[in-house]
Design a protein around this ligand. Sequence first.
Ligand code: HEC
Length: 191
Amino acid sequence: MSMPSPSSRPRSGLRLLLTGSLFIGGIIPLWATLEAAPEGPKLGVSMPQESIRDLDISVFPDGTGLPQGKGTAVEGKTQFEALCTGCHGVKGSGGSAEELVGRSPLNGARPDQTVGNYWPYATTIFDYIRRAMPLNAPLSLSYDQVYALTAYLLYLNGIVTDTEEMNAITLKAVQMPNRDGFYSVWGNGGH
Ligand code: HEC
C-alpha cells in the first residue's frame, strides 16, 4: 500500500527527502513504501451483478423494492389452499404453524398476533412470503402468486375486498389496522 501524499502539489526533491527522514525516525522508512503492495489474503471473489440482483429482494415498509406483478384474494385463495393450508390451516387459522388470521380487539388483554393485528405494513408481508414461504420451498413463488397470497391474507383479515388488486402501487397504500401501535427504535420519522 502506498502512503497517502501529504499534499496535492508536486513534490520537490527536498520535500521528498524531508518526508523520508521523518519516517525513518517514525513509523515506516520511505523505501518500504516504494516496494510492491503486498497481496491480500484472497478471501473472496467479486459477485456478478446477476447474483447480486437475485439476493437483492428486500421490500421496505414504504414499498421500495416491490416488483412488477399483481394478484387478488380470489386468485390467492386457490394458491393458499394448494400451498399453505397444510401448515397454517384452512383460511389461515387452526393449523400447526402461526395463526395468520384474527382481529381480536387491539386494546384487549391479549390481542391476536396475526397478520391482521400485528403487522404494521402490508408491504413487508409481501417481502416475508416471497423470501420465506412456503416454509418447505422458500423463493419458489412467482411475484403474481405472492401478490395474490398477500391479497388473500389481507382479505381474510378484513382489510381489503376479495377483488381488490394488489400490486406495487396499491399494496403500499394499504393502511394496516395496527400501524400506529409500534414505535421506531430509530426514533422520529421511521416506524
Ligand atoms: C411447512 C409448513 C409451512 C408452510 C407450507 C407454509 N408456512 Fe408460513 N409459516 C410456517 C411457520 C413455521 C411459520 C413461523 C415461522 C417463524 O416464526 O419463524 C410461518 C410463518 C408465516 C407467516 C408470518 C406469520 C407471522 O405473523 O409471523 C406468513 C405471513 C406465512 N407463514 C405465510 C405463508 C403462506 C402464504 C404460505 C403458502 C405459500 C405458507 N406460509 C406456507 C410454516 C409454513
